[in-house]
Design a protein. Sequence first.
Length: 329
Amino acid sequence: MFAIGGLVQSRRGGTSACFRPKRFDDHLPEDLRPVVPTPSVASNGVQLLKVPAWTRVPWLWHGFSTRLGGVSRAYCAEEVPGELNLGFTAADNRDAVLQNRRLLAEAVSGNQDTPLVALRQCHSKLVEVARDRLEAPARGDGLITAQPGLLLAVQTADCIPVLVADRRQRVVAAFHAGWRGTVQRIVESGIGRMRLEFKSRSEDLIAAIGPGVGACCYAVGEEVLSAFESQFAYARDLFHEVYDADSVREKYPMLFLTQRAPGHSPIGPNLHLDLIAANQRQLADAGVKPQSIHLAGGCTSCMSELFFSHRASRGHAGRMMSVIGVRPV
């Protein structure tokens, strides 16, 4: 009958024409969830994440803020005394944000008057060299300086902050890497700018990747996969198919039955992007030694008690800051 119909019978172990081969490794969210980091508490109550190895570099200031230890009331529960929102958002009071920024500067540098140099971030690969305190924030997503006494700052609430320091030339840099900035190689471009402006060598660089949305929580669409595939030969190593656990669905499966044909229901794995691994790869491709790349840890989306998350709070979120600077002699 197969021969008469011009068909070929599929053999056991062969691939059916209607079978879609698995494109990525399968995971549950908990398989990809990073360890919850333990912040250090400054004398003024601000809670920060720090790289232990960097605390032994005497000239280097650095820190990744959390949401803990400030005076903002816009995003916290009534029983919480205050939070460390560092962004000028519509929901928060400007004076509270300014006070939080002074608290952060004091926690990192010991002086609340230490200037914080920030940017008008735009998900780009634009990098600014700060030779003094900027009168008005420049537009871009990367900052570099060799000027002592400044704290470079990038704001995040899910995107990936990356801090880089040149141990020999005493140059520091801060980069804001969302998925668009990562596709545009903001970190690689920034390290190239460090070479051009300050003669930095890759072997002298140390880097730290701060808290951001983890692969456990960062579901994306096919357009993001296409954007990465257009730029990186290793793009598919950065994506996973994740089966999100749903306790209600597991307890009451009959409630989720549909009349659609098998294969046409919306139930199934989501495509998740590992932005932390993507920026770790860019640092390595820029010549930073693997042992010189540190991960601060944490997922902003599923660790909402510790971090602000734009995604988890559906847009009602404060902002954290990742800062780095050269201590004055």
